[in-house]
Design a binder for this molecule. Structure first.
Ligand SMILES: Nc1ncnc2c1ncn2[C@@H]1O[C@H](COP(=O)(O)OP(=O)(O)OP(=O)(O)O)[C@@H](O)[C@H]1O
Ligand SMILES: [Mg+2]
Length: 361
């Protein structure tokens, strides 16, 4: 048996793209062929932490392509190593983030904050550097959902965010809830609201981020406008329940995001079904599948659903929303949403007209 030609290996993987830039990995120097002989074939992919959510599926895809192309080689191994590519400063506020994702809805109480926190935690768990901004200035709930309290310190003129320890890293979290004593109402006018959001974005020591996830208040009009003026948002995720009234509000929210030129990245159906823990019987309390249908009608990606689960509410109340990932009944739903979200960003990057080739460093 002869060993495969390294060039044919690269050719087999020619369609694999860097999820962050959308450019072929073989062209950007992020793919190298290691051992090649009649019994083994190793390939290394170098990917950024921005696409950490997709490392596993990309590795699996590369192995599948190689096994199909070289069926006589028994030992096909693809490894992924981190590839450094720091974020650029975006907007006039100097935020260092690759993607800024707002999580909104039209209706209150549909689980925006729970989903926003869960998306941030999911991305951070996968290895992406993620921050979470609670833009619900009047009713901040992120501190409570994540069990964070305390007043942020000021260091060298910057607000030091509170952090949540996730998988060996610290996820920065900023909320008006850290600034105002619990139980006290915030009474602000529109311009002050604008100032508060801008300040939390600009003056927080976020550090370089792959993702900044923003939990939006219900209604979203004012804050969405402020955000769209202050920085280029990557897009918005819309959360809704399958109820007609929630879907109607979600449709309005989508129109509003589009009006301020914020792309809609997809829709999440929360509280989709309830499976009774005692009997296993399904109850569609708010209906089911409505968000998927609405997403289809509006030509928006459907990112997934989260059933009504008592532990999700319990974890939220106990400040342990991150623990939803430890629950095998919740984790697959939440991970699927994060994966589809990042896959959507990758597809958008791949569809962008390609830039002139950069030199490989
Ligand atoms: N899938 C779910 N299963 C069970 N409980 C849930 C689920 N999603 C959210 N909840 C609970 O519903 C309540 C409302 O959720 P959350 O605060 O995330 O909604 P919201 O849309 O951010 O509300 P608001 O409009 O007030 O900002 C919380 O108690 C939360 O724990
Ligand atoms: Mg909320």
């Amino acid at each position: 048996m002869t060993a495969p030609d390294p060039r044919s290996i690269t050719a087999t993987l020619a369609d694999l793209r860097d999820p962050e830039t959308g450019r072929p990995l073989a062209e950007t120097g992020q793919l190298s062929v290691g051992t090649v002989d009649a019994s083994s074939l190793t390939v290394e992919l170098r990917l950024t932490t921005h696409s950490a959510m997709l490392w596993k599926p990309l590795r699996a895809r590369a192995e599948e392509l190689l096994r199909a192309a070289f069926p006589s080689v028994p030992g096909v191994v693809v490894t992924v190593e981190p590839h450094g590519r720091p974020p650029l400063k975006i907007g006039q506020i100097g935020l260092e983030a690759k993607s800024v994702i707002a999580v909104g809805s039209g209706k209150g109480g549909v689980g925006k904050s729970t989903i926003a926190a869960s998306i941030a935690v999911g991305l951070a768990r996968a290895g992406s550097r993620t921050g979470l901004l609670d833009a619900d200035v009047y009713g901040p709930s992120v501190p409570h959902l994540l069990g964070l309290s305390g007043r942020p310190q000021i260091d060298q003129g910057k607000i030091v965010p509170l952090t949540l320890a996730i998988g060996g890293g610290d996820m920065p979290v900023m909320s008006m809830g850290f600034m105002v004593p619990p139980g006290e109402a915030v009474v602000w006018r529109g311009p002050m609201l604008h100032g508060a959001i801008t300040q939390m974005l600009r003056d927080t020591a976020w550090g370089p981020l792959d993702y900044l996830v923003i939990d939006m208040p219900p209604g979203t009009g004012d804050i969405a406008l402020t955000l769209s003026q202050v920085l280029p948002l990557t897009g918005a995720v819309i959360v809704c329940t399958p109820q007609d009234v929630a879907l109607l509000d979600a449709t309005k929210a989508i129109a509003m995001f589009r009006k301020v030129n914020i792309p809609v990245l997809g829709m999440v159906e929360n509280m989709s079904t309830f499976v009774c823990p005692d009997t296993g019987k399904r109850y569609d309390i708010f209906g089911s599948g409505g968000a998927r249908r609405t997403a289809q009608e509006l030509d928006i990606p459907f990112l997934g659903e989260v059933p009504i689960q008592i532990p999700i509410r319990e974890h939220g109340d106990a400040g342990r929303t991150a623990a939803n990932y430890e629950d095998p009944a919740s984790r697959p739903f939440l991970e699927a949403i994060c994966e589809r979200l990042v896959a959507g960003l990758a597809a958008a990057a791949a569809a962008r007209p390609s830039l002139p080739s950069l030199p490989v460093l």
